[in-house]
Design a protein around this ligand. Structure first.
Ligand code: HEC
Length: 201
């Protein structure tokens, strides 16, 4: 686990640097009236937390803009998009100890294999059908889908940092995510160690 913390911290440092120009996360999208899962104030607070904790750096697909990667508004929080073509797998670089990020940071290859950021939008393919308890179990205990018998969450999801959030903060984050525009996307299954073979062609 300690190794995971270090990897997550390194990944966060790298992407924070790359994300310096991309400040879209601060834009308000919370609805005006109360919605299922929370009041307007709670949702606003959740939105502020999500922007500060930068869930979007990994969970929102991006396209390249003049200042670097930009969030694609209609895919916000939709996770790694199924069918996205990624650059060729560079086995030598990974074997030499480097970690590879997809250009929009939604997929990462490292010693654990290849992970894909989950869909955390309000769609049923995201967290739309989740309970708050499930959501808390991801952030507190690092359980995939927030279910007890599931595998541990893979890097670079920094749950070991987020487990320090209070119950109230987690509840606000959840209320905000439940209020987001649904993005239909079934995220590909993670490829566990050993890393995937180079694609054919
Ligand atoms: C540095 C990248 C990164 C950041 C930042 C990040 N995540 Fe993740 N997250 C991931 C990856 C990658 C996965 C998938 C891991 C796996 O397959 O085990 C994931 C998985 C999840 C899951 C589980 C999805 C599922 O289907 O089980 C939830 C919920 C989640 N993240 C919420 C958040 C929230 C909320 C934030 C911000 C507070 C956040 N994440 C920030 C990378 C990140």
């Amino acid at each position: 686990m300690r190794k995971t913390v270090i990897i997550s911290a390194m990944a966060l440092a790298a992407i924070s640097f790359m994300n310096a120009c991309n400040n879209q996360a601060a834009e308000s999208t919370a609805p005006k009236e109360a919605v299922a899962g929370g009041t307007e104030d709670k949702i606003k607070e959740g939105e502020r937390l999500v922007a500060s904790l930068d869930c979007e750096i990994c969970h929102s697909p991006k396209r390249m803009g003049p200042k670097g990667p930009e969030v694609i508004p209609e895919l916000r929080f939709g996770g790694h998009q199924a069918g996205t073509e990624l650059p060729p797998y560079d086995e030598k670089t990974v074997k030499s100890g480097w970690v590879l990020f997809a250009p929009d940071f939604t997929s990462v290859i490292g010693p654990w294999g290849q992970s894909y950021s989950g869909n955390i939008s309000s769609d049923s393919t995201g967290i739309g059908m989740w309970t708050e308890e499930q959501f808390k179990k991801v952030l507190r205990e690092g359980k995939f889908k927030g279910l007890d018998n599931n595998r541990p969450i893979l890097p670079p999801m920094p749950w070991e940092a987020y487990k320090n959030l209070t119950d109230e903060e987690i509840s606000k984050v959840f209320a905000f995510l439940k209020s987001t525009k649904p993005v239909k996307n079934v995220v590909p299954t993670a490829k566990m160690n050993p890393p995937p073979p180079p694609p054919k062609s």
